[in-house]
Write a protein that binds this ligand. Structure first.
Ligand code: GLP
Length: 324
């Protein structure tokens, strides 16, 4: 399917355009499918989709579609938010679970049938760090994978650490299994992180990854402070769990939303350059070539590296809609 790139005027236009795509897809699904079928919606956090979520909630509340036949899955969650227990951590205002309640779930009059956020808040950071330290010289237990600053912590199956095995099976594999049990994701909304990462699939982590335990890139931690989520870097989480690119690009549609100048370079590289793990969102090109429905809805600042490149984009077979 040709990749579609829609360049929008500003944040509102981006939010309205993206919301229309999501609402239309849900309506289409709910019109043709059996009553018992659920629409599986993939969700992202970050400032970018907040306008889209408000519009989506408005459409749900005015009965444009049935929210009670929707099951949602989020991309990622922090490990190491303050709090001694998982319930304290999940209620931390910067947890992604809390964000979802504030920005979308709490706005719905009728709730989604089910909503899942990866269980990063279940993980006790101190226990994790103790296990990583204990086996730090044993690559048969775990390994850091990735060529860049952020890394996947690849836990080897059935090793000697019960805690690492628990994370691998009960948290990472279990999340993937749940998505599979619901038949996979119909449409996944994704944002763009610093240097073109996707969810917490950091730059340099191989693209063929499903669920990830991640040590975050310094750039990601820095942006969380710059964006006002944490006062200083010492308070910002350094670890997370995330869906990996391979799992994300299995959805029937991937809808990428991006705004702001910070993202312009990686947006341009992801479309004009080759597919590379240096820019994880570049995997969208391969996904589209293999039949995936890849849609970019980007605001003009984020699109600034593309504005004089429309011919090149079209030569690559992309469909460009310029709303400027
Ligand atoms: C974090 C999240 C990503 C998100 C990114 C951008 O890295 N894990 O899923 O896309 O932030 O956030 P924002 O939309 O605030 O720019």
């Amino acid at each position: 399917m040709p990749m579609k790139i829609i360049i929008t005027k500003d944040f509102d236009d981006m939010s309205a355009t993206a919301s229309e795509i999501v609402v239309d897809d849900i309506k289409q699904f709910q019109k043709t499918k059996q009553k018992k079928d659920n629409y599986i919606l993939g969700l992202a956090t970050g400032n970018t989709p907040t306008g889209l979520y408000k519009k989506l909630a408005k459409a749900a509340n005015s009965n444009e579609f049935d929210p009670e036949a929707i099951v949602s899955f989020n991309l990622d969650e922090y490990i190491g938010l303050p709090g001694d227990t998982s319930s304290e951590r999940v209620l931390h205002p910067e947890s992604y679970a809390f964000f979802m309640v504030q920005e979308l779930f709490g706005l719905l009059n009728k709730k989604f049938k089910k909503s899942y956020v990866p269980a990063g808040t279940e993980i006790d950071l101190n226990k994790l760090l103790a296990e990583l330290d204990k086996y730090k010289n044993d690559s048969s237990v775990y390994e850091f994978i990735g060529s860049d600053a952020g890394k996947q912590i690849l836990i080897k199956p059935n090793g000697p650490s019960d805690y690492l095995n628990y994370i691998n099976k009960e948290i990472l594999d279990a999340y993937m299994d749940k998505i599979k049990k619901f038949g996979g994701i119909d449409l996944h909304i994704v944002g763009v992180g610093g240097r073109g990462h996707l969810a917490f699939h950091e730059c340099g982590i191989p693209l063929d990854r499903e669920a990830l335990l991640v040590k975050l890139d310094d750039n990601t931690v820095g942006n969380a402070v710059v964006d006002g989520h944490f006062k200083e870097e010492i308070f910002a989480p350094k670890y997370a769990i995330s869906m990996g690119a391979k799992a994300i690009y299995r959805a029937k549609t991937v809808l990428l939303v991006a705004n702001g100048k910070r993202k312009s370079e990686s947006i341009a590289a992801s479309l004009l350059g080759d597919v590379t793990d240096k820019v994880p969102i570049s995997m969208g090109q391969e996904y589209a070539k293999n039949g995936g429905n890849m849609i970019y809805v980007i605001e003009k600042e984020a699109a600034s590296g593309l504005l004089n490149k429309f011919d090149e984009l079209k030569r690559k077979g992309f469909e460009v809609v310029n709303k400027l």
